[in-house]
Design a protein around this ligand. Structure first.
Ligand code: FES
Length: 259
């Protein structure tokens, strides 16, 4: 980090004032653009409750799929689902850091001045207090992830000419599989889940089910070490999986049959 003489105590103050001479704004700007793009695309997809499935594929935005007959046509089944993964990401420790910087400039970056709030309360008051619900979103998102893995299994069953199903592997199967791997890497590296399996003990060998807990904690730790990378990659894969299935469903893109 290249630094000029410090601003602040004896120099200019205010939002964005810094002694940094590197492109510190590039990362929050790129983050803003990508997140905003994801929000726009995800909203568009959720509000278009058609063309999100083509046998044997189902978009992750609409899974678990729940569309009872009484549901009005305008009501998207995505609304039954998306609150869990979106709440999970919105309250994620990594995402908080990145969108506090990129959307609220609070702070804009390390060693860059932020708003001067008279009463900084952190996340101790409403609405930011709700960030503490992350552990509950983690449980819900883990259940959704299990259903997405079930969808991957279903994606190996292709309709046959006799009306039954045959085992097969399509490009969509691979796309859905890769997406679930990435989502698993992100989910299992969650700080809350890591604490759930390995926190609250001073000594694994003394704790009940200590070996199992240590094993789970070790796995969670491996994923946790790259939590930011998993967060970014899985954000792209989940959106691209939806795009791919929509293109195949629309007939715009042929689904290559690999096996
Ligand atoms: Fe990022 Fe839980 S801390 S998903």
């Amino acid at each position: 980090m290249a630094l000029a003489p410090a601003a602040g105590a004896h120099g200019p103050t205010g939002l964005g004032v810094t002694g940094r001479r590197d492109l510190w704004w590039a990362s929050p700007l790129a983050t803003f653009i990508v997140y905003a793009g994801f929000i726009v695309y995800g909203t568009w997809s959720a509000l278009h409750p058609s063309g999100y499935a083509v046998e044997p594929y189902l978009s992750p935005f609409f899974s678990p799929h729940f569309k009872p007959a009484w549901l009005p046509a305008w009501f998207s089944p995505a609304f039954f689902v998306l609150w869990a993964p979106l709440g999970f990401r919105f309250t994620c420790y990594y995402y908080r850091k990145s969108y506090y910087r990129s959307f609220m400039a609070d702070p804009p970056a390390c060693a860059v001045e932020e708003h001067r709030s008279r009463r900084y309360r952190g996340e101790t008051r409403f609405p930011w207090l709700l960030q503490n619900a992350h552990r509950f979103f983690a449980f819900a998102a883990t259940l959704v992830l299990l259903v997405l893995w079930y969808d991957v299994v279903v994606a190996f069953r292709f309709p046959a000419p006799d009306g039954g199903h045959r085992f097969g592997v399509g490009a969509g199967t691979v796309v859905m599989f890769v997406n679930c791997v990435m989502l698993s890497g992100y989910t299992f590296g969650c700080h809350s889940l890591r604490h759930l399996v390995g926190g609250g003990v001073d000594c694994f060998s003394c704790a009940r089910a200590g070996r199992l807990r240590y094993g789970l904690w070790s796995v969670a730790t491996r994923f946790n070490e790259r939590h930011m990378q998993w967060a970014w990659i899985s954000l792209f894969t989940v959106a691209l999986t939806d795009v791919y299935i929509r293109l195949v469903a629309a007939g715009t893109l042929p689904d290559a049959r690999l096996f």
